[in-house]
Design a protein. Structure first.
Length: 574
């Protein structure tokens, strides 16, 4: 049962629930994949829409600024064809005050000298200006924009138209100054796009005005590279942005529109509900619903059958899977098959137990009859011994009777044991010594005998040599150590993990000098020790007597584990 629980706990992450959940998660993965593809398509459509809106913002802002410039050009053209008046300065001043098209007007002769102006300029000649050179070479109008121009101390746009004489020759120019701030109102019109910013830039890339300077690169822009196309760049705050530009005022000025770069990840985070949450919730809902149905109709019943099987494994075959009648047909069929199998196993177990009981009874009867037959032989030998008059013959008959008594005791111990196949050496030695001492009918004081033995479960094949060796050792002590009277006899058996030792020690006169222990007894003891793959030693005891020692490898038990009389289990198990 403990091993079954360990396997169950160890296989928690390999069970059907987890595997089924993983399979369902993979099966439902196309839902998330389809959602991802749809989200990417939506992102692309949104990206295209924002790009078109950004281009429209740039174009609309440039168009609004261009309209203001065109109005200024129209006013200059009207002024160019009007007749000259004596007081030019006063006339230009009145026109500036009456119109919101420009902040300053000026008339320039053919040499580039300023003839008159609504306000006194900081220079007297503009002959070296590129826009004036362009008019001199034949252009009808010219534009110029810079943070500071010759005609204005503040950032402005210079609008100039060519004047000609009656013969068509270059006769100077009319100049209008339009401040950047006047164009900024129209150029900075917002389109409603989040994060959209615009800037007015001249042809060299210098920013003249902007709604947010940090939304554009720190270095000068190159408007020619941005015209009518989208370019990804980085603002001064390190934010990824996309920009486009539209020219106006004769390609001298540009409106640059900037918008934060979308990026798929940022767009998905901004649209988390539609892109992430709803598909994920749909996936989870499908997974949970399938798992709930699977748990209710499959896994729950498999767990129920598993518990029933665990109860059967503990030997309780009376428990039946009655609740499986409410399970699906397949589970109910499985429960029925398992129930029939358990009934068959229970019937077979009953038959086997009956057979084993009969076998045990027969084995006990055999052991009992063998023991009785050996006792009959012992009785016959005892009768024969009393009829003998020769002392040597009587001693030989007594030795034979004791050996047969030991064998009979082995069979008695077998039919009294639980398994009929194994005997505890400790219990056997106590009984054997008691019988040997009880059969000793010599006159004199009784022997003081002590037996100390460790428990060891062995089979009859190993017990017989040990028993016969002990009979020879005890018989020799009775004959030689205690021939003239009583004494002390000690039997010790120590069972180790690898080696076991049986010792028989007496306090008799000991070995005669120069005459080692020999004879039939020593021969038999050596033969019995060889059967155990051990050795026999005959030594002088520290107390002056003889110490007979049998050393042999501790036998391994190949059958089921037994307990000794003290409730301790044998340590040697194959």
């Amino acid at each position: 049962m403990r091993r079954w629980r360990k396997r169950r706990l160890g296989s928690t992450f390999k069970g059907i629930r987890l595997r089924l959940a993983l399979a369902l998660a993979v099966a439902l993965a196309p839902v998330l994949l389809l959602s991802a593809l749809q989200s990417r398509a939506a992102f692309r459509a949104e990206e295209v829409r924002i790009a078109q809106d950004l281009l429209a913002v740039s174009a609309n802002s440039a168009h609004a600024a261009q309209l203001r410039i065109d109005r200024a050009v129209t006013g200059l053209n009207a002024l160019r064809v009007s007749p000259d008046v004596p007081d030019c300065t006063a006339r230009l001043t009145d026109l500036v005050e009456d119109s919101d098209l420009y902040s300053r007007l000026a008339r320039i002769d053919r040499s580039g000298r300023i003839q008159c102006a609504s306000e006194a300029p900081s220079v007297s000649s503009v002959a070296d200006r590129p826009w004036f050179q362009a008019l001199r070479t034949g252009r009808q109008m010219a534009f110029s924009a810079a943070p500071e121009v010759a005609m204005s101390a503040v950032p402005a746009v210079v609008v100039a138209v060519r004047r000609e004489s009656a013969s068509g020759r270059f006769d100077g120019a009319l100049v209008a100054v339009v401040p950047i701030t006047d164009l900024q109102v129209e150029a900075m019109a917002q389109s409603g796009l989040p994060g959209e910013e615009v800037a007015l830039v001249d042809a060299t890339g210098r920013v003249l005005a902007t709604s947010d300077p940090a939304a554009f690169p720190a270095t000068d822009l190159v408007p020619a590279d941005l015209t009518d196309r989208l370019v990804r760049t980085e603002g001064q705050r390190g934010e990824a942005r996309v920009m486009t530009a539209t020219a106006f005022a004769g390609n001298d000025l540009f409106v640059v529109a900037s918008e934060p770069s979308q990026g798929l990840f940022r767009w998905a985070i901004r649209n988390a509900v539609a892109v992430i949450m709803l598909p994920l919730l749909a996936w989870l809902a499908a997974l949970v619903s399938v798992m709930v149905v699977t748990e209710r109709f499959i896994v729950r019943w498999l767990s129920y059958l598993e518990r029933i099987a665990a109860i059967h494994a503990r030997g309780r075959h009376s428990v039946r899977p009655v609740h499986a009648v409410n399970a699906p047909d397949e589970i109910r069929a499985l429960a029925g098959a398992m129930d029939e199998m358990v009934l068959a196993i229970a019937a077979r177990d009953a038959s086997l137990r009956e057979s084993l009981s009969e076998k045990d009874a027969l084995m006990r009867e055999i052991h009992h009859r063998v023991k009785n037959n050996l006792q009959v032989i012992t009785s016959l030998l005892n009768m024969q011994q009393r009829a003998l008059t020769d002392a040597a013959a009587r001693a030989a008959m007594s030795d034979t009777r004791q050996r047969i008594t030991a064998l009979a005791l082995i069979y008695r111990s077998l039919y009294l044991s639980e398994t009929l196949k194994q005997v505890d050496v400790a219990i056997f030695l106590h009984e054997l010594v008691a019988q040997l001492l009880a059969a000793d009918s010599r006159p004199g004081p009784p022997l003081d005998c002590s037996v100390r033995a460790d428990p060891l479960i062995v089979d009859p094949d190993k017990l017989a040599p040990v028993a016969l060796w002990a009979v020879e050792a005890i018989s020799n002590a009775q004959k030689h150590a205690f021939a003239s009277g009583g004494g002390r006899l000690a039997i010790r058996f120590v069972s180790g993990s690898d080696v076991s030792v049986l010792e028989v020690e007496d306090d008799g006169p000991g070995l005669s000098p120069g005459q080692p222990f020999s004879g039939l007894g020593r021969t038999l003891m050596t033969a019995f020790s060889r059967q155990l793959r051990g050795e026999t030693e005959i030594l002088e005891s520290p107390s002056g007597g003889v110490l007979a020692r049998l050393t042999f490898p501790t036998p391994e038990v190949s059958l089921e584990l037994l307990t000794d009389s003290a409730g301790r289990r044998n340590r040697r198990v194959a």
